[in-house]
Design a protein around this ligand. Structure first.
Ligand SMILES: [Zn+2]
Length: 412
């Protein structure tokens, strides 16, 4: 596309891959230490969690060290979690794609830098939220700060502020809506804080695309998890029934063993009060959670003690159907960044098509009259199709008459 402007060679994504994988190695430290309240800089060296042998340069070369040692500690031969390898590979691959998109296809070093670092933060969010159902405040503060700094350097500070407000507003709105109408906790607080930062970086329109991707991904995986959970429950029930055929006193209840456990677990968690939701919503609007990282004392104002919330004391085990939404939001944000040029072009084409159609319709101009009535039905599909073909996603619009569409385009 605009590759004649790029000053970097096409193969240079390899460098981004290696750098990304090296940062991925640091992200593994972040993913383990940050939610556990451990210092990121002390101990400065990584060590084997089993034999405590500190790991040197040959152990820490991204990707290759893991493969060469076949995923084991070189000193005590205890296998490491494969997550270490996948996080490095994932972050390296994402950085390579961002580099290719914004340094080679386009030339936008500012975006390349900010998108790479934000993606790294979101990779950490994904793994921490997936495992522990929390998103550390430090990562959310990082996201907002980077989003705003990017927009300021891009000379569009208002886009950043509006995006942050939209991200905060949408997620707080969903949380309120779910709580008031269904009496349930619909959204985690970490998700509100995260989308406040992501919104600042992406801006309003892309934030909406991010939300759509997250909801669709969440629904698809959520339904898959529910199916798996219900199958497991029926298997458990069948096992319980077989066991209960043995003559045991009180055998009546044993057939339904798994159900009371689940019910009790869910009953313990009363939903958050609406008042608390309002107070916390305002807290995040004014970014007091970020102030609180440096001055934890301010949590006393709302009667909280953040040090009580260390995960080590937290024995809460979510049921299989509890799905954290944060990972899907993070995936949506990363997809938006990777395909930002295509999504932005698609959005603006779609907007142009819609507004032109509306203005033609309004003025009763010829351009509208010339469309045959049977084509009118597919106008919505047509405008999406042409937006997509403008973005380079589809070669031509196959759903509606191609020639008719392009002629109409020319008239506009
Ligand atoms: Zn070891």
């Amino acid at each position: 596309m605009d590759s004649q402007f790029s000053i970097v060679p096409g193969w240079s994504w390899v460098i981004a891959l290696i750098f990304g994988a090296a940062i991925g190695s640091f992200l593994n430290v972040v993913i383990y230490r940050l939610p556990r309240g451990l210092s990121l800089s002390n101990p400065p060296k990584s060590f084997c969690p089993i034999c405590k042998h500190s790991l040197g340069v040959p152990d820490l070369f991204p990707l290759f060290s893991y493969l060469l040692a076949r995923g084991k500690c070189r000193y005590c031969h205890t296998p490491f979690s494969s997550r270490y390898f996948w996080v490095e590979l994932l972050n390296g691959s994402l950085w390579a794609v961002i580099w290719h998109q914004f340094m080679f296809v386009q030339y936008d070093p500012l975006r390349t830098g900010f998108y790479c670092l934000t993606t790294a933060a979101l990779v950490s969010v994904f793994f921490i939220d997936w495992e522990l159902y929390i998103i550390p405040d430090e990562l959310n503060a990082f996201l907002l700060l980077f989003g705003i700094v990017y927009q300021v350097l891009n000379k569009t500070p208002l886009v950043g502020v509006m995006g942050a407000l939209m991200g905060w507003g949408m997620l707080t709105g969903i949380a309120m809506f779910g709580r008031v109408l269904f009496g349930k906790d619909a959204m985690g607080h970490g998700d509100i804080k995260m989308m406040r930062g992501v919104g600042a970086l992406l801006g309003g329109p892309m934030l909406c695309v991010n939300m759509v991707i997250a909801v669709v991904a969440g629904l698809v995986f959520g339904i898959a998890m529910l199916v798996i959970a219900s199958r497991q429950a029926t298997t458990d029930a069948a096992v319980a029934v077989v066991e209960s055929t043995e003559p045991v006193e009180g055998g009546e209840g044993t057939g339904e063993q798994p159900t009371p456990v689940l019910a009790a677990e869910e009953e313990e968690l009363a939903p958050e009060s609406i008042g608390s939701l309002i107070i916390h919503g305002a807290w995040y609007l004014f970014c007091l959670d970020i102030v609180g990282i440096f001055a934890p004392g301010i949590y006393k104002w709302i009667g909280e003690n953040p040090s009580e919330e260390l995960i080590e004391d937290d024995n809460w085990k979510p049921s299989l159907t509890t799905i954290p939404f944060g990972p899907y939001l993070a995936v949506g944000a990363v997809v938006c960044m990777l395909f930002a040029p295509q999504i932005e072009k698609g959005l603006s084409n779609y907007w142009k098509t819609v507004t032109h159609a509306a203005s033609l319709e309004h003025s009763g101009s010829k351009g509208f009259v010339e469309i045959e009535p049977n084509r009118l039905n597919c106008r919505a599909g047509y405008s999406i199709g042409s937006a997509m073909s403008g973005a380079g996603w589809v070669a031509s619009d196959s759903r509606c008459d191609v020639t008719g569409g392009s002629q109409w385009n020319k008239k506009i």
